[in-house]
Design a protein. Structure first.
Length: 151
């Protein structure tokens, strides 16, 4: 006797308070598909530069500049894509990333750090920064944070 197949449920579900959830957004599904492609990609630097090249201005310029800052500040980090975003990893673990505002239709780009970054300061510290411009001040701060993150 063969086991019964479970009936698949639709992406819509009802939460405990009666609101209907439609599941993942189009942007989230795209990010998941991009992640599958990333896992198959061999050349991280070219993939990162290609992804930056697809970004609209001024984020494309910020992405190129961030790439140079990160490479100069922490040469041990390896560029790679992470959920469709340029990211930089140490020993295969993502330390920092750049998220275009276009990625999830937000009003600003984000430069962030994962929990693998050594940025701990007491009981609370920032791990992501809104980025609307990349002036010399921000570039210096990012460089210092990246150095600290990999220390």
């Amino acid at each position: 006797m063969s086991p019964k197949k479970e009936t698949q449920k639709s992406a819509k579900s009802t939460t405990a308070i009666g609101k209907t959830s439609k599941g993942f957004t189009d942007e989230e599904r795209l990010a998941m598909r991009e992640r599958v492609h990333e896992l198959k990609a061999a050349d991280g630097e070219n993939a990162v530069l290609a992804q930056i090249g697809k970004m609209p201005e001024p984020e494309r310029a910020m992405g190129k500049r961030l790439h140079a800052i990160i490479k100069a500040s922490a040469p041990a980090l390896s560029p790679r894509l992470w959920y469709g975003m340029p990211a930089y990893a140490k020993d295969g673990k993502v330390v920092c990333f750049f998220q275009s505002a276009q990625k999830f239709k937000t009003r600003y780009a984000t430069f962030g750090f994962s929990d693998k970054a050594n940025l701990d300061e007491g009981a609370m510290w920032p791990v992501a920064f809104a980025l609307k411009e990349l002036t010399a001040t921000e570039a210096g701060r990012i460089g210092a944070l990246v150095k600290k993150a990999v220390s």
